[in-house]
Write a protein that binds this ligand. Structure first.
Ligand code: SAH
Length: 357
């Protein structure tokens, strides 16, 4: 049985047209299935009511449309929703949906756990289990579109669990599914791949014709400090990551999580600005989500604002990321970690604005 949700739309279309003909139907019957995969998803072949019943039955006998099981969800007082999905092998992953005006950004996962062990990241602490398959990554977007009422993404960031460029084999076709007009039809400029700086992956992303965006998790402006926070810096040192960013033919964003007393000195701002200038990057300062980041304290909002001003003075563009979903631990890996510790969900008496499904 072929899993149609592992295929880019054009390939699914080709397979389905051939199949329709083999089954004695017109080829267009095969093409009629494709919008039901992503653009206007339905849960199973039985719901593809624009197709003859007999054709739906043979489709179900030859192809699969695997679901991700929605285990639980939480809603933050700011409207951010976090979903925990269970996979066929019992592993779980999380997806966050962040509304902002008329935008709806999905923060999606690309791996179960992560091998990189960044010291402030909850996903790193749980270790690496496995890569996600195409249908498990794109499936996060599909499942939310299947909710009643549906939640549809206008923007996608690969900032959930895992390192997307360590799973390029799956992320590459997922980018096609997200962007293709016959997939989710999300503009390439609204799709951001975030990486610690996996060099071969950055080259591969740069080779795609579409204008997908690249975000680099910098977090420290010197090798010495970065090494202590991000072990991957030994394999891909800062200078090489900055070079790769300079060669990337589109604008890149630096992600810089503000760690109190660690990477937030005035000198760090100057050094970071100089790196950003070298590759024309935009700097995003991220307030630390304290959950899961053991041993770190957030930089105060005033100190973040001052740090931003220092960078801006040098002519580098900088923004302070709004922290979303603070009350539901919506940072990388935090939901799963909480559940694995079997912490009881926050009760309504403690915080009436948090809903736990
Ligand atoms: N592996 C990729 C993508 C997943 S993490 C990467 O590292 O870029 C997405 C972003 O969340 C990264 O910039 C990561 O450093 C950041 N992050 C991880 N833990 C965090 C925390 N506790 N608070 C704020 N940001 C965090």
């Amino acid at each position: 049985m072929l899993n149609l949700l592992d295929l880019p739309p054009a390939e699914a279309d080709r397979v389905l047209r051939e199949f329709a003909v083999e089954q004695g139907h017109q080829p267009y019957r095969g093409s009629q299935v494709v919008p039901h995969l992503w653009a206007k998803p339905v849960p199973s072949f039985a719901e593809m009511t624009d197709l003859p019943i007999a054709f739906r039955e043979v489709l179900a006998a030859h192809f699969t449309l695997p679901r991700l099981a929605l285990d639980s969800q939480q809603r933050s007082s700011d409207g951010t929703r976090k979903f925990l999905f269970r996979l066929a092998d019992g592993q779980s992953i999380e997806t966050v949906a962040i509304p902002d005006g008329d935008r709806m950004t999905f923060c999606i996962s690309s791996q179960v756990g992560c091998a990189l062990q960044c010291s402030f990241c909850a996903t790193g602490a749980m270790g690496f289990a496995r890569n996600l398959a195409v249908h498990e990554i794109a499936g996060q977007v599909r499942e939310l579109a299947l909710l009643d009422p549906p939640v549809r993404a206008t923007n996608i960031v690969f900032m959930g669990m895992g390192e997307p460029l360590m799973n390029w084999k799956a992320v590459d076709p997922v980018l096609t599914i997200l962007n293709d007009a016959k997939g989710f039809g999300i503009g390439a400029r609204h799709i951001t791949v975030s990486t610690v700086g996996i060099l071969p992956g950055i080259v591969a992303l740069g080779k795609r014709r579409e204008q997908f965006r690249l975000a680099l998790s910098i977090h420290a402006p010197t090798d010495e400090l970065r090494q202590t926070l991000m072990p991957v810096n030994t394999k891909y040192p800062l200078a090489d990551v900055i070079d790769a960013a300079a060669r990337f033919d589109r604008r890149v964003t630096f992600e810089y999580v503000m760690l109190g007393g660690v990477n937030d000195h005035a000198q760090h701002a100057e050094q970071l600005a100089s790196l950003a200038r070298r590759c024309g990057a935009f700097v995003n300062l991220i307030p630390l989500h304290p959950g899961g980041a053991m041993g770190f304290t957030p930089t105060t909002p005033e100190a973040i604002a001052k740090f931003a001003r220092r960078i801006r003075k040098t002519g580098v563009e900088v923004a302070i990321r709004k922290s979303r979903g603070m009350d539901i631990s919506a940072a990388c890996g935090q939901l799963r970690v909480e559940r694995l510790r079997r912490r009881p969900p926050v009760g309504t008496e403690q915080d009436r604005e948090i809903e736990v499904a």
